[in-house]
Ligand binder design. Structure first.
Ligand SMILES: C[S@@+](CC[C@H](N)C(=O)[O-])C[C@H]1O[C@@H](n2cnc3c(N)ncnc32)[C@H](O)[C@@H]1O
Length: 164
């Protein structure tokens, strides 16, 4: 992560907070937003437990700020530089991650049927970029403009939409 650049990130779909934790461990200040009461509670408990470990874990978690609510309502009230979105896809392939942790999330929240609306709000709000995490072979989303570039992993793809 480049120093002093794009270090304020909003994770608009917090879930279990894995992605946010990685970003915070790289030095970013991350605001997490979660709208499911149950997921928010699980995540808040995890954050509290993590803080109690002290040391480096506490320092990382202190860079994470968890909010409760729908990102479609909250994002316009913030001034985000970078927004990350990782909504729950109906057809997520059965990777190990889906089998274990994401299956738990899916059982709790179901599919995120308003993900296109969330993306549109994010594209209107982000001062620098929106990063959309998707399964590698997911179809591009027809309702929004083409992404600026992509980062491809083995099973995951990041579509990056520059907004500045
Ligand atoms: C696929 S999970 C995210 C997993 C996360 N990236 C992680 O590392 O654990 C999607 C989560 O986003 C939440 N979500 C979806 N749409 C949302 C919205 N509009 N506002 C807030 N949370 C949302 C869901 O409730 C679910 O917990």
């Amino acid at each position: 992560m480049k120093s002093n650049k794009n270090r304020n990130i909003i994770d608009a779909t917090a879930g279990l907070g894995y992605d946010s934790f990685i970003l915070a461990s790289l030095g970013a200040k991350v605001t997490l937003i979660e709208r499911s009461e149950k997921m928010h509670e699980i995540l808040q408990n995890g954050i509290n437990e993590g803080v109690s470990f002290g040391g480096e874990i506490e320092k990382i978690i202190n860079r994470m700020d968890l909010l409760f609510g729908d990102s479609k309502d909250i994002l316009p009230k913030l001034s985000p530089e970078v927004i990350m979105i990782d909504t729950m896809y109906k057809d997520r392939k059965k990777t190990a991650l889906v089998k274990n942790n994401m299956r738990l999330v899916r059982e709790i929240v179901g599919p995120d049927s308003d993900s296109v609306e969330l993306l549109k709000v994010a594209l209107n709000c982000a001062k620098n970029r929106v990063v959309l995490k998707q399964p590698r072979y997911a179809d591009p989303i027809r309702e929004i403009r083409k992404c600026s570039h992509q980062i491809l992993g083995k099973t995951i793809r990041y579509d990056i939409f520059m907004t500045n």
